[in-house]
Design a protein around this ligand. Structure first.
Ligand code: G3P
Ligand code: CA
Length: 251
């Protein structure tokens, strides 16, 4: 199923942390809204709690996106669930909770055609987080829908080598000159995610020659979407998917 991303003719839209520009990121509401509006791929960030539950949250700490403080991996899931994950964004979203991966998996049952960009965040327990994540996604029968992303090259290599699953890495984390060879982590990446700040047509071409599916982040304005398309990107990660949707409709 994930192989449909290989089609160089189709432009696919990735909902970044759900629908991040309009709803509190990485909440079930943000996910539901982006799924309902028709994104092709859902992107989300995973970390493990102190009692080994995989939770959906971007930052190392809860400070920015909840009313609490401290590191996610020092919270139990029961403690995390007591935090408000919506009020920081707007008072109308007060009361939203940090979801578990399992809660997200249940929501995804209603969207069987949506692909998943599963990011394992850098953490001392990232490998264990990857193990638990893969076990749960397997239990739900979702592995064929997934590409596993990480800024941690060791995690990309681990998921590729030990699980033979599709991975996405980020070149700026691996090499500063963007002239990768087919060795090291690059050979283990099925896809590449390029920051808009670093995107050029030459770099896209170079990664394409290496056989990778090319993604970039984040394309939230018509100008950014057009720039990415001109460079040959097919996987557009959006905080706000509407500009990309409008452009895609008119192609
Ligand atoms: O896939 C692109 C994006 O998710 C990576 O950056 O910081 O939003 O997780 P970040
Ligand atoms: Ca992410």
């Amino acid at each position: 199923m994930i192989d449909s991303l290989r089609n160089e003719q189709s432009i696919l839209l990735v909902g970044h942390r759900g629908y991040k520009s309009a709803y509190p990121e990485n909440t079930l509401l943000a996910f539901a809204k982006s799924l309902e509006m028709g994104i092709d791929v859902l992107e989300f960030d995973l970390r493990m709690t102190k009692d080994k539950v995989v939770a959906v949250i971007h930052d190392e700490t809860v400070d920015r996106t909840t009313n609490g403080t401290g590191k996610v991996n020092e919270y139990t899931i029961a403690e995390l669930k007591r935090l408000d994950a919506g009020g920081w964004f707007d008072h109308i979203f007060a009361g939203l909770k940090i979801p578990t991966l399992e809660e997200l998996c249940k929501l995804l049952q209603a969207f069987p055609n949506v692909l998943l960009n599963v990011e394992i965040k850098r953490d001392v327990k990232a490998k264990e987080t990857a193990d638990l994540t893969i076990a749960m996604l397997a239990e739900y029968g979702y592995l064929s829908r997934c590409v596993f992303t990480s800024f941690d090259a060791d995690i990309v290599a681990y998921i590729h080598d030990d699980y033979q699953l599709k991975t996405q890495g980020f070149p700026e984390e691996l090499m500063s000159n963007f002239d990768p060879g087919m060795d090291g982590t690059y050979s283990k990446m099925w896809s590449v995610g390029i920051s808009m700040k670093l995107l050029t047509a030459q770099r896209v071409q170079r990664f394409r020659e290496m056989g990778m599916v090319i993604g970039c982040y984040c394309t939230d304005t018509e100008e950014q979407v057009n720039d990415a398309l001109r460079c040959g990107v097919t996987l557009l990660t959006c905080n706000d998917p509407l500009p990309a949707m409008r452009i895609r409709e008119n192609i």
